[in-house]
Design a protein around this ligand. Structure first.
Ligand code: HEM
Length: 183
């Protein structure tokens, strides 16, 4: 059997898209697990194991999401179609919304870190120096949307998973195989 191609094709997603998709999915799951535990149990010791790397994992996610958007644009004319009719339109809009929140959630948090008086250091490397005077709008923006949009994203991800389940269970049209196997 020939090796899976790097690039996407109309039949299925290639190796790069799959690697980005599943790595981002796993890291997102980690972010949400940590924040859900913090909401339920508060700032207990064991919770800090899950949330201690939140900014680091979030920054890695930011980089992967930028790569994903670039890769999506480079392959957009050569990847599986979302289909026709209302269902196809829904899939297109759903994916667009997912891309929009995926890009916004870590971006506003990084903006807040850039404009804040605490700066940002990751693994001992200073990414943003602390500002003597915080850039107020960066704090207000992230305070208003980072957490809220993140939970909206979790709801969209849940919808995405339910739709894949429907494709597999009801319509049996091989949608999942485009991202995990071969058609
Ligand atoms: C895609 C990546 C990210 C996801 C999915 C995510 C998700 C979340 C969630 C669900 C919360 C909890 C909100 C609540 O308490 O209701 C949160 C809070 C927080 N996140 Fe992130 N985050 C991401 C990236 C980042 C990055 C890159 C940073 C910093 C550089 C960051 C810093 C924070 C901080 C400081 C909080 C607590 C204050 C707040 O709720 O705004 N996050 N994040």
């Amino acid at each position: 059997m020939a090796a899976l191609p790097l690039r996407d094709s109309p039949d299925m997603y290639g190796r790069v898209t799959r690697l980005l998709h599943w790595t981002i999915a796993a890291l997102m799951l980690w972010q949400f697990l940590g924040m859900a535990l913090r909401l339920i149990f508060g700032r207990r010791d064991f919770v800090s194991f899950f949330v201690g790397g939140h900014a680091l994992v979030g920054t890695v996610l930011f980089v992967l999401i930028v790569l994903r958007v670039v890769w999506m644009l480079a392959n957009r004319k050569n990847r599986p179609d979302h289909g026709d009719g209302l269902l196809g339109l829904g899939a297109r809009l759903g994916h667009l919304a997912l891309y929009a929140v995926m890009a916004t959630v870590p971006s506003v948090a990084l903006l807040r870190a850039w404009g804040g008086d605490r700066g940002l250091s990751l693994l001992g490397v200073e990414v943003f120096a602390p500002k003597a005077v915080p850039v107020e709008w960066t704090q207000t923006l992230a305070g208003a949307v980072h957490g809220e949009l993140a939970w909206v994203m979790l709801a969209l991800i849940a919808g995405h998973v339910v739709m894949v389940g429907l494709h597999e269970g009801m319509w049996r049209d091989g949608t999942l195989a485009r991202m995990v196997g071969r058609r």
